[in-house]
Design a protein around this ligand. Structure first.
Ligand SMILES: Nc1nc2c([nH]c(=O)n2[C@H]2C[C@H](O)[C@@H](COP(=O)(O)OP(=O)(O)OP(=O)(O)O)O2)c(=O)[nH]1
Length: 158
């Protein structure tokens, strides 16, 4: 039987720029990504998303908008990663490097897709146009997408 892990992923956007973090260790190390991680017991998905953002880059999100929901599966691993993706422009604090992430602002016109998870170049266009999406990706290792679907949807905003 497959089990599910609930994860969050938050992108901070302001004035045509997006904040990405270079993941220094663990799952996805060496790639640029948004900020997030596993939702802990006793917290809501939104609370988990805000906590990880603060821990990983020092910013406090006052509100988050849902942008996407993707289920990831890896060949020969029964675990499904259910990743809830958010964006925000409603934040305070100063960007700070953490043990896990080295943050950097990128122009939305020059996102470093060659150093990101390979699925990102498929769904970023939805997020950048403020469209919501849902998807599924089956990976072989970290580089090869064996199977996927992606569609525009209306997600509820909390
Ligand atoms: N952009 C992008 N992000 C992904 C993909 N797959 C995937 O899990 N992520 C995100 C979801 C989470 O934000 C992050 C993985 O979380 P994590 O393992 O670092 O969680 P954590 O911080 O709780 O980990 P840890 O404390 O146990 O080290 O990567 C993907 O294909 N593309």
């Amino acid at each position: 039987m497959s089990k599910k892990k609930i994860l969050t992923l938050v992108f901070v956007r302001e004035a045509g720029k997006i904040l990405l973090g270079f993941k220094k260790r663990g799952f996805g190390a060496g790639l640029w990504n948004g900020f997030g991680g596993k939702v802990e017991e006793g917290e809501t998905i939104l609370q988990g998303a805000k906590r990880e953002l603060l821990e990983e880059c020092g910013l406090k999100a006052h509100s988050l908008k849902s942008v996407g929901l993707i289920n990831f599966e890896f060949e020969s691993d029964p675990t499904i990663l259910e990743v809830h993706i958010f964006q925000t422009s409603d934040f305070s604090g100063l960007v700070a490097e953490s043990e896990e992430m080295r943050p950097r602002w990128y122009s939305e016109e020059s996102i470093p897709f060659s150093q990101m998870w390979p699925d990102d170049r498929l769904w970023f266009p939805y997020m950048l146009k403020d469209r919501q999406f849902e998807g599924y990706f089956l990976f072989k290792g970290m580089d090869i997408i064996l199977n996927h679907w992606l569609k525009e949807v209306n997600l509820l905003n909390s």
